[in-house]
Design a protein around this ligand. Structure first.
Ligand code: TYD
Length: 262
């Protein structure tokens, strides 16, 4: 099952000069046409199978454009004929709902104990995601796009100085498969807070959650920038949507092509 799969109930629109289907909520046609142009191998109706699943995570500060890029990528890869799954953390499961409640009620407790509890909640939610969504889809040889994963825990919970980044990584890798690739969309905190306040990734934001004060975001950004991991790709999130999508798509498609069953 791919529970967070997008476009299920969203309205779908056909653009005039391409055969591309998309949703009103995430596209502007400029990005779409650019996306379509780079999708050179698009052949209508062709299904592509992979020798094994691909797990990729898109990470970054709130308002960095993760969700937009994840959805664009989902659409492009689906058009290419791949079996794709989009998942978001925190999830809509029991633990994810609890996290969202804390975040929205601004009751985040910044202390050693508070952050340890928060870390454990994210870990429980991730375990749920891995067992119910990530592994089943990887087993079906899908391309699984994660809109946040354990690199968010390293950056958000790790940047406060109570739990070491290495420890967070180690605990997560006990329960969660290591992704094939991670994209970090890097933006300055001032852009993040402006977007959160006005019109964020989906045009639905209208304020801060308790994870999002500018001071915190500065530390979170530093933690993302200091990730030393060969699977991490840093992307300048201030570039245009089309340019960012090009960069992500080119990396992903080359992995997918190398795993294709012919
Ligand atoms: P939410 O608004 O649901 O997601 P997003 O901002 O990506 O649209 O809020 C999720 C918040 O949770 C976000 O501020 C980052 C934070 N977070 C962590 O602190 N640790 C984690 O492991 C994850 C997955 C998210």
């Amino acid at each position: 099952m791919c529970p967070n799969v997008i476009f299920k109930s969203e309205r779908v629109k056909r653009l005039p000069s391409s055969k591309t289907y998309t949703t009103k909520t995430i596209y502007n046609s400029h990005v779409l046409h650019r996306a379509y142009r780079i999708s050179k191998n698009y052949k209508k109706g062709r299904k592509r199978r992979l020798k094994k699943g691909i797990l990729l995570a898109i990470e970054g500060l709130d308002g960095s454009g993760k969700t937009t890029q994840a959805k664009l990528l989902y659409t492009l890869l689906s058009q290419e004929g791949y079996n794709v799954c989009y998942l978001k953390e925190p999830t809509d499961g029991k633990w994810g709902k609890k996290i969202k409640k804390i975040s929205q009620s601004k009751k985040r407790v910044i202390s050693r104990e508070g952050i340890q509890k928060e870390f454990e909640l994210f870990l429980k939610d991730r375990k749920f995601d891995v067992e119910n969504n990530i592994k089943p889809n990887i087993n079906k040889h899908a391309i699984v796009i994660l809109d946040r994963y354990y690199y968010s825990s390293i950056a958000y919970q790790g940047s406060l100085g109570y739990i070491a980044a290495e420890e967070i990584k180690k605990e997560n890798e006990k329960i969660a498969p290591r992704p094939n690739i991670v994209f970090i969309l890097d933006i300055p905190p001032v852009i993040s807070t402006t977007r959160i306040h006005t019109d964020g990734e989906n045009g639905v934001r209208n304020g801060f959650s308790s994870f999002e004060s500018e001071k915190n975001l500065e530390r979170v950004r530093e933690a993302f920038l200091h990730l030393r991991d060969p699977i991490v790709h840093m992307i300048d999130g201030t570039r245009t949507r089309g340019a960012i999508l090009d960069a992500i798509f080119n990396v992903v498609i080359s992995i997918a092509q190398s795993l294709e069953v012919h």
